[in-house]
Ligand binder design. Structure first.
Ligand code: NAD
Ligand code: UD2
Length: 322
């Protein structure tokens, strides 16, 4: 198949690109590399075509969609905080960008449209695990744009017969996740700091928990959803169905590094959710898939990747000095 991956240079997108190429597909990436990196994708692979462009640009989107069988739409401003700071700017990417892609998909009769939605559409839910059918309560511009995108996708499905798949990702982690911002995923931040022997900040008592999913599981799911010819109409949670709290994460990290960690506790972040956990029964039923990477295995693989990267960085610095 000929598959377009928007945001293919990013954390999740680049893992999907690797897998799609491995499965023998031709892949086109549309990315403006605002947070993604060319170095994340195998540029020399002849089955990969990279279009550096913006999903806000209608003409670029239309030209890029021409000739593809399916679209996996991952490009977004993925930071919730960025959407709070700049609602208009992020809205243009996170909603208008989606509508641009849907219009182009309609025009070019694309077979399937797979979308990266988020657990953020649920808001702060007290009754866990969270099932897809509870009343939705998007609390931020990011969540509102994800939910609006879901509604637009549903409209194009009903009106024009566009086959669509909507996944609501919980907390995804793994290699290539950017740890550089304070709002980056907690696992990337903790690992980078533990390896560099820097202090680690825990907001609150560390008992808060998340449903962490290793990125390789997500790539398999996305790949299968593109290849499937089954109708997958209802949105699906992507979660392990198991919670891990921050103190457990720190215990694992302690075990990996073999040395004590420098951990300080601060006040909980304003609006922080205490526990988040997916009801993943629909995913298992509709995709016939249950995550194969236990969190601890994913953590170990991520730790090894972070360690390699830190060694490469320090070699580069030493090379420059000597
Ligand atoms: P990421 O920032 O690594 O990837 C996003 C990619 O989109 C980047 O390569 C970026 O350069 C590209 N991009 C951004 N704006 C663009 C634009 N205007 N035009 C073209 N390309 C643009 O983030 P990620 O974690 O890989 O997230 C991928 C998707 O998954 C996003 O839609 C995000 O909202 C969603 N998601 C992620 C998580 C998570 O835990 N990482 C959770 C829920 C949902
Ligand atoms: C995730 C998503 C966010 C949004 C939200 C919806 C990521 C990176 N963020 O936020 O985009 O979808 O879910 O509910 O996927 N923490 C620390 N120390 C740190 C960093 C974080 O203690 O240095 C805590 C943080 O306060 C929180 C937990 O770790 O309690 C997880 O934080 P996160 O930013 O990784 O993810 P989350 O679930 O808050």
């Amino acid at each position: 198949m000929n598959i377009l991956v928007t945001g293919g240079g990013g954390f999740i997108g680049s893992h999907l690109v690797d897998l799609l190429l491995k499965q023998g597909h031709s892949v086109r990436v549309l990315d403006n590399f605002s947070t993604g990196h060319r170095s994340n994708i195998p540029l020399s692979n002849s089955a990969l075509q990279v279009v550096e462009g913006d999903i806000r640009d209608q003409m670029t989107v239309e030209q890029t969609v021409s000739g593809v069988d399916a679209i996996v739409h991952l490009a977004a401003v993925a930071s919730v905080q960025a959407s709070v700071d700049d609602p208009f700017g992020t809205h243009e990417v996170n909603l208008i960008g989606t509508v641009n892609l849907l219009e182009a998909a309609k025009k070019h009769s694309v077979g399937r449209f797979v979308f990266a939605s988020s657990a953020a559409v649920y808001g702060d839910v007290k009754q866990l695990p969270v099932c897809e059918d509870i009343p939705l309560q998007p609390l931020t511009p990011y969540a509102a744009d994800k939910l609006s995108s879901e509604f637009y996708i549903d409209f194009y499905r009903r009106q024009y017969g566009l086959e669509s798949v909507i996944f609501r990702f919980f907390n995804i982690f793994g290699p290539r996740q950017d740890p550089s911002s304070p709002y980056s995923g907690v696992i990337g931040i903790f690992m980078e700091r533990a390896i560099a022997d820097l202090p680690i900040t825990v907001f609150g008592d560390g008992d808060q928990s998340r449903d962490f999913v290793y990125v390789a599981d997500l790539a398999i799911l996305l790949c299968r959803s593109v290849e499937s010819d089954q109708p997958l109409i209802k949105p699906m949670n992507v979660g392990n169905g198991k919670g891990t709290n921050l103190n457990q994460l720190l215990d694992y990290l302690h075990e990996f590094t073999g040395r004590p960690l420098d951990v300080s506790h601060f006040e909980p972040r304003l609006g922080d959710i205490r526990h988040s956990l997916a009801d993943n029964r629909r995913l298992i039923e509709m995709m016939n898939y249950q995550c194969i990477y236990p969190v601890v295995d994913g953590l170990r693989l991520t730790y090894e990747w972070c360690l390699d990267r830190s060694r490469m960085n320090s070699d580069a610095v030493c090379g420059r000095i000597s």
